[in-house]
Design a protein around this ligand. Structure first.
Ligand SMILES: *[C@@H]1O[C@H](CO)[C@@H](O)[C@H](O)[C@H]1NC(C)=O
Ligand SMILES: *[C@@H]1O[C@H](CO)[C@@H](O)[C@H](O)[C@H]1NC(C)=O
Ligand SMILES: *[C@@H]1O[C@H](CO)[C@@H](O)[C@H](O)[C@H]1NC(C)=O
Ligand SMILES: *[C@@H]1O[C@H](CO)[C@@H](O)[C@H](O)[C@H]1NC(C)=O
Ligand SMILES: *[C@@H]1O[C@H](CO)[C@@H](O)[C@H](O)[C@H]1NC(C)=O
Length: 331
């Protein structure tokens, strides 16, 4: 008898805990649905660039500005020009992308509309697909090119031509490596002084060279104007040679063959290698306030060092600042 009662009781317990679980599940399901709908509505309202699927690339939903957090910005219409920065990344480099998001998300400029996008090749397996899918859903800042991941087999050309076909015109397009840190406002002030057409702007190699009409702009980061993007996307000179050797040298070769890029600007020494970098042919400088781009930021430690230098005063928490009250309690 005792056994039966106990059995019945525990069955009742189980039944009631099952009901509770069911209720809980239902609640969670409703909460999930509401959250999904809310996300959808917010996305529809905020996302300026629609989902674009075309022959060259899968452009995932994108937030219109990466610098909308600063309350100090002038009204957007007062901006003088627009620039898209394509940060070359690969699917697996999740940690670096997260640092870069922080590094660019806390800067702002009144001079330009700045759009930051990560440029990657097709994900190679299900894990990469999921990773990139999750990041796109959360941040909307990834452009997946319709090609296998590569460095010198046409990625740069595919980036330029994909941007051209995306249907949004930018005054400037920048190709930048993910070991380079760009000071956004300094870049914008500097570009404000330059031509809006036929411009090829960056850091002329080799290191000792000071003549921007000889050599080529280093792949660490260079900027070209929209007319050149259009030319690159359609010229037979370029279509004949979209990959095969260093992408940065090839870009200069296109312009030389096509007699393009009348305006060439090298911003040495405001582009430079991080002073801790000891590699061959290094071109270091100190972390000066006018810095536009720091290259060879190979480790998370270096990124934190540089962010500390330029932004630590504004963002570091100290003992008097509350930490850890941001999470929502479950009840
Ligand atoms: C900057 O962005 C705003 C909002 O999208 C737009 O109205 C304005 O025309 C843009 N300015 C430039 C120079 O692109
Ligand atoms: C995906 O990640 C899981 C967990 O790290 C791993 O076990 C699995 O082998 C990965 N699959 C592929 C296709 O890389
Ligand atoms: C393209 O390449 C072919 C073969 O190398 C050459 O004959 C042709 O002149 C090139 N066209 C242009 C526009 O450079
Ligand atoms: C901590 O932050 C407060 C408020 O911003 C500031 O007044 C104080 O000087 C800071 N202390 C240190 C040690 O940085
Ligand atoms: C967190 O919030 C609670 C309740 O508002 C407050 O009592 C507590 O002091 C806060 N903790 C910190 C570290 O500020």
């Amino acid at each position: 008898m005792m056994g039966t009662t106990a059995h019945i009781l525990s069955a009742q317990n189980r039944a009631s805990s099952k009901t509770m679980i069911k209720r809980w599940c239902l609640l969670m399901w409703v909460v999930g649905l509401v959250a999904m709908l809310a996300t959808l509505v917010v996305f529809t309202l905020l996302v300026a660039t629609p989902l674009v699927l075309n022959s060259t690339g899968c452009v995932l939903p994108a937030i219109s500005s990466s610098f909308s957090v600063s309350p100090l910005q002038a009204s957007p219409s007062a901006k003088e020009f627009s620039i898209i920065m394509g940060v070359f990344s690969t699917a697996s480099r999740v940690e670096r992308r997260n640092i870069i998001r922080l590094a660019y998300g806390m800067q702002s400029t009144d001079i330009a509309n700045v759009t930051v996008r990560f440029i990657i090749g097709r994900p190679m397996d299900r894990n990469e697909s999921l990773q990139i899918g999750l990041e796109s859903h959360r941040y909307g800042d990834i452009i997946v090119l319709d090609m296998d991941e590569n460095m010198n087999a046409g990625k740069t050309w595919r980036f330029f031509s994909t941007v051209f076909e995306m249907g949004v015109r930018y005054d400037y397009v920048m190709k930048v490596d993910d070991d380079s840190y760009v000071r956004i406002n300094n870049l914008a002030s500097s570009l404000a002084e330059e031509s809006r057409t036929d411009l090829y702007y960056g850091y002329i190699l080799p290191c000792a060279n000071k003549n921007p009409y000889w050599g080529y702009m280093a792949g660490m980061g260079y900027v070209i104007t929209w007319d050149l993007i259009e030319w690159i996307s359609t010229s037979e000179i370029v279509l004949n040679k979209t990959g095969g050797y260093q992408e940065d040298r090839m870009t200069a070769d296109w312009f030389n063959e096509g007699k393009k890029a009348k305006h060439r600007v090298s911003k040495k020494p405001l582009f430079y290698d991080h002073p801790q970098y000891m590699g061959k042919n290094r071109c270091p400088n100190e972390l000066v306030p006018e810095t536009i781009l720091i290259h060879q930021m190979k480790s998370t430690e270096l990124w934190m060092d540089v962010l500390q230098h330029f932004e630590g005063g504004r963002f570091s928490l100290n003992g008097s600042t509350a930490v850890g009250n941001g999470s929502v309690a479950l009840s």
